[in-house]
Design a protein around this ligand. Structure first.
Ligand code: SAM
Length: 301
């Protein structure tokens, strides 16, 4: 495994200060340099304890790695981590635990999955960001790019790991983000790349079903809407004409909506996009256009 590229700062969470500590989260690709250094009897190695956001020098001992706080992680535990290259782990009392959660509310499993950059969220095995030929951070930027300039009040219909909300908050006045399942918070709290969601005062989080929550917003309340739902099979109501009518109502005249769909060149993506475009128009949106690079549709009021 080659050492991953270093990213100088967390581009998603650029407004976090040094005093705001990220949780420790480990994955094989960011720990491997310790094994390489240990093999050639080096006393130290540079590894990342926050999934690639920053790199620290750690001391290597015959028994394991010494973390900056003095805690020792055994080579035995770390070898088990290396056996699950896509998993992310937290440290609890010297043990490594996979970052995952089960929701009795939705009956779904949530897992944090490592990539070369920001991790993605698997919901019952389905990634919530693009990871093929890209990564969740680049994926987030293409979504944000589709509604430039991102200004004023922004509605983010599906929080997920909070990447779109965090990125939108870097230029907007205020971002309101909605998440159906509070269990997702258990993953967010343990994901270093999501931390700004918890402490950026420009972001307001609401827990509930977007389909219902959106009814409570005022007409024309939002300048921009980011609609990044799970796949149609997981959240069909978020692709319905009734829901699109609500999005239209709460968008300001002149406002822009981005609706993530999936690869528009795939048979499924093409079919879903065609149906969604038709229903968006029925709901009142104009200039409904494919945005292939962002795997979605852009529509205006
Ligand atoms: C594709 S992910 C969103 C990714 C997010 N934009 C990000 O930057 O990480 C979809 C999220 O929507 C949530 N979700 C599913 N149905 C929902 C609903 N009806 N209302 C609000 N959120 C919902 C899922 O739990 C999941 O966390």
């Amino acid at each position: 495994m080659s050492k991953p590229k270093k990213i100088p700062a967390n581009p998603i969470s650029e407004t976090r200060t040094k005093s705001q500590q990220s949780p420790v989260a480990l994955s094989a690709r960011f720990i491997e340099p310790a094994f390489s250094a240990h093999r050639i009897s080096q006393p130290t190695a540079e590894i990342s304890l926050d999934l690639g956001i920053s790199w620290v020098e750690v001391r290597l001992h015959p028994e394991g790695i010494e973390l900056p706080d003095g805690e020792l992680l055994s080579w035995t535990a770390l070898r088990r981590l290396m056996e699950s290259p896509e998993a992310c782990f937290e440290v609890q009392d010297g043990e490594l635990l996979k970052i995952q959660a089960y929701s009795a509310y939705t009956g779904r499993h949530y897992t944090l999955m490592s990539t070369e950059r920001a991790p993605t969220l698997l919901i019952s095995g389905i990634p919530m960001h693009r990871i093929k030929d890209t990564d969740p951070y680049a994926d987030t930027l293409t979504k944000i790019d589709a509604i430039q300039p991102v200004v004023g009040q922004v509605l983010d219909t599906c929080t997920g790991l909070g990447y779109t909300a965090i990125q939108a908050a870097h230029s907007a006045d205020q971002v309101t983000t909605i998440e159906l399942d509070p269990t997702v918070m258990e993953i967010i709290r343990r994901n270093p790349w999501s931390q700004e969601l918890l402490d950026n005062p420009k972001i307001s989080q609401i827990f509930g079903d977007s389909y219902e929550v959106v009814e409570n917003f005022l007409e024309g309340q939002f300048d921009r809407i980011l609609h990044d739902p799970p796949t149609l099979s997981l959240a069909g109501e978020l692709y319905s004409t009734d829901f699109y009518r609500q999005l239209y109502r709460v968008l300001k005249p002149g406002g822009i909506l981005f609706h993530y769909i999936g690869d528009l060149d795939s048979r499924l993506g093409h079919r879903v996009a065609r149906g969604a475009a038709q229903r968006l128009q029925e709901a009142g949106f104009r200039s409904v256009r494919p945005r292939k690079a962002a795997f979605g549709l852009v529509a205006r009021k």
